[in-house]
Design a protein around this ligand. Structure first.
Ligand SMILES: CC(C)(COP(=O)(O)OP(=O)(O)OC[C@H]1O[C@@H](n2cnc3c(N)ncnc32)[C@H](O)[C@@H]1OP(=O)(O)O)[C@@H](O)C(=O)NCCC(=O)NCCS
Length: 198
């Protein structure tokens, strides 16, 4: 199977992400396009969407999976990101290295288990290596079992576990993958990538 991936510029990408997140019942707080632009503007970022045909109308192609990542640095001032970098200290070396943070992502329920997220992940890794990044970091929660299982298959390593005082299901898990040149050889997905810019 060949996966169809689109790489979006910021403004259009933010609208696409806002749109696809509407399909995710399990996300308690969906991101708005404004929030996405605010987070990504001024920092190196990557917005990827995979598209696929509707099963009952193969002529219609729709976005089915997405992945949004951005650079984090040792000198973050935005409170959420400064907090993230602080929590990663002692676990991921941010200072003097280029670290890409996978902020949000998912696959629409009807298209899960078909390799779309692997294809997006591999494309993200290929881009990140090309851009000179050293490592990709992602954060999830104990209770997100599908995501944890998937990150395991995608060979992310747990670098930190942050226990929630009241409910262990809410505990945070931080994972990372070092971007070594050999990594590209392990990639399995066949992809066509289209770049959309305004
Ligand atoms: C996690 C998620 C993104 C996986 O997307 P997907 O498109 O179904 O993933 P893929 O089909 O590309 O699978 C990638 C790999 O993960 C594995 N995988 C997928 N779903 C899995 C699951 N539920 N449990 C264990 N492994 C799983 C696949 O077998 C595959 O491994 P392989 O290539 O070695 O065979 C999707 O299930 C999802 O969006 N879940 C909800 C997201 C969520 O909970 N977000 C909360 C914030 S982190």
């Amino acid at each position: 199977m060949e996966y169809h991936i689109t790489q979006y510029d910021l403004e259009q990408g933010a609208l696409e992400i806002q749109y696809i997140e509407e399909y995710f019942g399990e996300f308690p707080r969906k991101k708005t396009a404004t929030e996405i632009v605010r987070r990504l503007n001024g920092r190196r970022h990557l917005i990827l969407l995979a598209t696929a045909p509707l099963p009952d109308d193969p002529g219609s192609v729709v976005p089915v999976s997405f992945k949004v990542a951005h650079e984090i640095t040792a000198s973050e001032t935005e409170p959420k990101l400064a907090d993230l970098v602080k929590r990663l200290r002692d676990h991921v070396q941010v200072d003097g290295r280029r670290v890409l943070y996978t902020w949000i992502g998912g696959t629409r329920r009807d298209w899960r288990g078909q390799g779309h997220f692997r294809a997006l992940t591999e494309q993200q890794e290929a881009w990140a290596i090309e851009q000179g990044f050293d490592e990709i970091v992602v954060k999830t929660k104990n209770k997100f079992y599908e995501m944890r299982g998937t990150l395991d298959h995608l060979r992310f390593e747990v670098v930190k576990y942050e226990r929630h005082a009241g409910d262990n299901a809410e505990s945070k898990v931080y994972l990372s993958k070092k971007l070594l040149p050999d990594l590209l050889r392990a990639h399995r997905s066949a992809r066509t990538v289209v770049q959309v810019a305004l």
